[in-house]
Design a protein around this ligand. Structure first.
Ligand code: UDP
Length: 553
């Protein structure tokens, strides 16, 4: 049912004629295969060959026209994971004349987004690698509206969270295995291939140990807009009290405290908290708040999101379920627990998420430092952290080690052994952490949500100079406020002036509250100075420098 493409919506003969005359067309963005997304007219797919086909005619456009460089190593990444050699996209070429000898094509009328899901079994990967990138790729290309067709080419089945992918569009997403149902040759009238990597914040350690991406380009604002769009589609409305997000602990107002609650996201098969009841008691005692326990095995995903979207704190073992912290209200606290020998600083996908500017979450980690409180599983299969398959010497080394050394993804046995331990949470140290949590939260509240508007350039910057003696000179620099400042209420406006003697490679930086200043220290007569001026809002919002001034004393 869902896989029927409404052939009525396009005139088959018109489409076929267009394909025969114009062939396939392609125009892409991006200089490299890692930052490329391509738009195609009449990109086809042969389910027999399991290949995409580009039909070349005299009218075919192929930009970039890479020749055989499109195999070095690929035209583009089909997933949002950078340069992963199992995620490459390319097509085969055929002359349009070959169509005469091929099965009649079936045309897909919908604007289509073609991509690979990276790991649709894992909730973190689903959100970080697929849903967020697809959501914002669809925003980037207006053809990809709420009725776009999504096609997942990684070759996996639906997976346990297919309903989440269904939220991206009103049309049923297609899997690679579905494509053969449309016949031997299908042609996408209009399609986009590839995913934007703009929203990803974490690299999984394929070439260097895992960690935040070097250049994060997303802020909490985009993550939150994505989250609220998804919540709308799940029919969840975030609960708000008195205009304040619930996450903010209103210690001043005891009346609201009773509505606040902590969510423990528990795992029921691996990486368990062995004394969850005690942890609940500790939280109730320390924070005087209700505790709600959720798990993916017990609740539907939307009902979990509903609960999390009103929580003041989310407590969970390190693991994919912590991606749901993107549904927490602003001001909430994320408490991530780590098993013995696992250093929280080395595994920070959720810390990085919580710390995105504008995400407005407080992140804290707790680590089991007591070996007697860990339960190991050496006998399990290797992928669940078992180590009995290893040489005795390696087993001994792993058992003796107190911290997993930095490592690459994905099969490091010591990492898997440690990360799949169960943990008896040490209550005194956990209580200590909670105390700290409330403290940092209160202090952070004070410098909450300031504007992110950056200053414009200062205007009419100029310099005047005068020579006092053969040794002394003065340099006066003045400027006007940035144009946008007169429309803003900014707490703290400062100006930064850099002065460089021409030919030198160092400069003197100054921070000034006013719009002009006369420099006399370190200013020499008969010398040329280069002067840069910029505005700074609230200590850290830097504006651009005005054009450099050349000032001769
Ligand atoms: N998972 C779960 N309960 C468990 C163990 C795992 O719901 O007891 C989920 C987990 O949230 C993730 C998937 O199963 O979506 C795979 O878990 P795994 O431990 O392999 O990955 P990790 O959580 O370490 O990313």
């Amino acid at each position: 049912r869902s896989q029927e493409l409404s052939q009525a919506r396009i005139d088959y003969h018109v489409a076929l004629q267009a394909l025969q005359e114009q062939g396939t067309g392609m125009v892409c963005t991006g200089k490299m295969h890692t930052d490329r997304i391509c738009r195609f007219d009449y990109l086809c797919y042969s389910s027999e060959a399991e290949e995409f086909v580009f039909f070349q005619s005299n009218l075919s456009v192929m930009l970039p026209n890479l020749g055989s460089r499109r195999f070095q190593p690929a035209l583009l990444d089909l997933s949002s994971v950078e340069d992963h050699n199992t995620q490459y996209f390319n097509f085969l070429e055929l002359p349009v004349a070959a169509l005469k000898f091929m099965p009649k094509p079936v045309f897909v009328p919908d604007a289509t987004l073609i991509l690979n899901r990276f790991n649709p079994d894992n909730l973190m990967h689903i959100f970080h690698d697929d849903l967020l990138p697809a959501f914002y790729t669809m925003k980037q290309y207006s053809d990809l509206d709420g009725e776009a067709r999504l096609v997942f080419m990684e070759g996996w089945g639906e997976g346990p969270y297919f309903d989440l992918y269904r939220l991206l569009s009103s049309k049923q997403p297609l899997l690679k295995e579905h494509l053969r149902n449309f016949g031997k040759l299908m042609c996408f009238t209009k399609s986009y291939v590839g995913l934007s990597k703009m929203t990803t914040w974490y690299q999984y350690g394929f070439v260097q140990p895992q960690g935040p991406k070097a250049n994060v380009l997303v802020s909490g604002n985009e993550v939150r807009q994505f989250a609220s769009s998804l919540m709308k589609k799940m029919n969840i409305t975030a609960v708000k009290i008195g205009g304040n997000d619930r996450g903010r602990v209103e210690h001043e107002n005891k009346g609201e405290a009773s509505d606040q609650y902590v969510v423990i996201f528990s795992r029921s098969t691996t990486r368990l908290i062995l004394n969850e009841a005690e942890v609940v008691m500790a939280i109730v005692q320390e924070l005087q708040m209700r505790v709600v326990t959720v798990s993916l095995e017990e609740q539907s995903f939307p009902s979990i999101v509903q609960v999390i979207s009103g929580a003041s704190m989310l407590v969970s073992m390190h693991g994919a379920q912590l991606i749901t912290s993107l549904f927490l209200p602003r001001g909430a606290v994320v408490v991530e627990l780590f098993p013995f020998a696992v250093n929280p600083e080395h595994y920070t996908p959720y810390k990085t998420l919580a710390s995105l500017p504008g995400m407005d979450l407080h992140y804290i980690s707790w680590r089991n430092t007591k070996e007697e409180n860990t339960v190991t599983y050496p006998d399990r299969p290797w992928e669940e952290g078992g180590i009995v398959h290893l040489e005795k010497e390696d087993q001994r080394r792993i058992l003796k080690s107190k911290e997993v050394p930095r490592h690459l993804c994905c099969r490091n046995p010591e990492w898997l052994f440690r990360i799949y331990q169960d943990t008896l949470v040490d209550i005194p140290s956990f209580m200590e952490l909670l105390k700290e949590a409330t403290k940092t939260k209160l202090s952070l509240r004070k410098d909450k949500a300031s504007s992110t508007v950056h200053p414009g350039r200062v205007r009419e910057a100029q310099c005047q100079t005068s020579v006092q003696t053969t040794k002394e000179a003065k340099l006066t620099v003045s400027w006007q406020i940035p144009w946008n400042l007169k429309y803003l209420k900014v707490r703290d406006v400062k100006y930064e002036v850099w002065i460089q003697e021409q030919g030198e490679n160092t400069y003197m930086p100054y921070i000034l509250p006013q719009q002009n200043y006369t420099f006399s220290e370190n200013i020499k007569p008969f010398t040329t100075y280069l002067v840069w001026v910029r505005c700074i809002f609230n200590k850290n919002l830097l504006g651009p420098f005005a054009d450099v001034l050349t000032c001769k004393t």
